[in-house]
Every structure is written in C-alpha cells, then in structure tokens.
Design a protein around this ligand. Structure first.
Ligand SMILES: [Zn+2]
Length: 286
C-alpha cells in the first residue's frame, strides 16, 4: 500500500511539479512580455502611447557633403533650417516606404537626379543657390524669409519629384504614358493630401519652374528641368489637378476664364483629379 501511496504521491508530485514548471514558464513569459512593455513605456513621454514605439523607421537618409564656399554653406543652412526634411522623412515612414532606404545627398556635383545604381537622390548646393537667385529676381517675395520659404517650397517639389522617380522604380509601378506626368501626379497628390500648405506650394512653386528663363544656368543643365522643361502645358495640368481636387476652393485659379470655359474645366479637372488620385492611392502606402 505504502508503495502505491508512495508511487501515487510520486506521480502526483510529478504532475504538480510538471504543472508548476508550466506555470513558471507561462508566468515567466508573462513577466517577460510585461517587462518589455514596461521598458517600451519608460522611453515614452507621459501619456503612455505605446503606438510611438511602433512607428516605422524613416526610409530616407539625408547626407550633407561639406560646403566648399560661403554660397554653398548658405544653401546648406537654408535646407537645414526649413521644415522640408521633416516632411520628406515623415512621408518616407508612411506614404513612400523604401526598402532598402534611399540616400538624399546634398552638395553633389550633378543633379537634381535619382541615381539608380547608388540608390541615391543628388542635389547640388548650387541648385539651391540658383533657385534662390531665380526667386529673388522675380521681385515677388519682398522679405528674405519669404524668399527662403519660396526656395524651400521649390526644393520640396524637386525632392518629391526625384522621390517619385525612385518610388516608381522601387515598386515597379507601370508607366502608362509619360513618366514625367506620372511623377508630377505623384507630387501633386502628396502635396494636396499629405503636406501642410501643399496646395499653395503646388501652384506657386510650379509657377516658378514654368517661368524660369533658364539659359546658361545650372538649372537648364539639370535633369529635372532639361528632360521636362516645365512647359506652360505641363503647368496647366498641375493647376488642373489642384483645381479638380476642390473646384469651389480653387475657383480663383481659373478667374480669367469665361463662365463656359470654367464649367468645362470644372468637369474635366474633377475627372482628371479623381482618376489620378485613385491611381496613386493604389500604389502609395497607407
Ligand atoms: Zn523627372
């Protein structure tokens, strides 16, 4: 009998000991899980939003080459003091997610350009100086702050444009028509839906590009301008997209047109915008 009890006890003990190790294991796992949540929590600002810990990492990196003169230094300062880097970075976490990540190099010898082999976007400092000079010449921006703002707005457009080329290649997005129009559409859809003051930037900055007298300037030699010198027609397409996104709000852009022409534009631009928006929404991350 003893033997049985002994055996039973042993069995029972064994069962309990088995259970308790399982319990210990589960409890251990629970503690581990809890501990990792706690650890994540301690790094967060008050408010305990664990969502912050799960934010995707930026998929673009900014590289600043050393400026070789004061003009280049000025260009570098203009970029670094603007909000466009934060905008570009944030969109690389949410809308255009690159894998592997894309380098944006400021201070390159050539560009603006997307170099596929190096997986990098290249922007010369001189390009920024040239934009500032161009904007200053228009006389439309009386204060330095306004001129810097207009310069970084135009630069944002250029950056998004090159990012558009990179994204199309990265995702193997089919190009049905002109790749430049496809990229312009990408830029305008992002400006209108994801970027503060994006509508204003679209209209003003594209206008700057469309009005440039570019002979003998670096702008005339760079790929952004040369391959797609922003013709009046291309500019009108961009204005049409902005208008089509909300004809009531952007009525002023077609103020000079007759009522009949405006009604026609309203129908056409609405259709063009909604088709374009739907197309890009399919390919952009959410
Ligand atoms: Zn292009």
């Amino acid at each position: 009998m003893h033997g049985y009890y002994f055996t039973d006890n042993q069995t029972t003990d064994a069962k309990y000991s088995h259970l308790s190790s399982l319990t210990r294991l589960l409890f251990g796992l629970f503690c581990l899980t809890f501990a990792s949540f706690s650890d994540a929590g301690t790094d967060q600002p008050t408010g305990g939003s664990y969502g912050l810990a799960l934010d995707p990492v930026p998929t673009v990196n900014f590289v600043f080459l050393t400026p070789s003169n004061t003009q280049q230094q000025q260009a570098k300062d203009i970029i670094q003091h603007s909000s466009i880097l934060a905008t570009i970075k944030q969109l690389s976490q949410t809308r255009y997610i690159f894998a592997p990540s894309v380098d944006i190099v400021f201070g390159s010898d050539t560009g603006p350009n997307f170099d596929l082999t190096q997986q990098q976007i290249q922007i010369p400092y001189q390009y920024i100086n040239q934009l500032l000079q161009q904007i200053t010449t228009t006389g439309a921006y009386p204060t330095q702050q306004q001129r810097y703002q207009a310069t970084t707005d135009a630069l944002l457009l250029t950056l998004l444009h090159e990012i558009g080329h990179a994204y199309i290649l990265d995702r193997a997005i089919p190009i049905l028509g002109s790749s430049e129009t496809t990229v312009d559409n990408f830029v305008v859809i992002l400006l209108l839906n994801d970027i503060h003051r994006g509508d204003e930037i679209a209209i003003n900055a594209y206008q700057i590009f469309s009005k440039q007298a570019l002979n003998n300037s670096i702008l005339s030699n760079n790929s952004f301008i040369q391959q797609h010198s922003l013709s009046q027609q291309r500019y009108q397409h961009i204005v049409c997209l902005v208008y089509g996104s909300n004809p009531a709000r952007y009525q002023r852009v077609f103020d000079s047109l007759s009522l009949t022409q405006r009604q026609q534009q309203q129908r056409q631009c609405r259709d063009i915008y909604s088709t374009t928006y739907a197309g890009w929404l399919y390919y952009l991350d959410n």
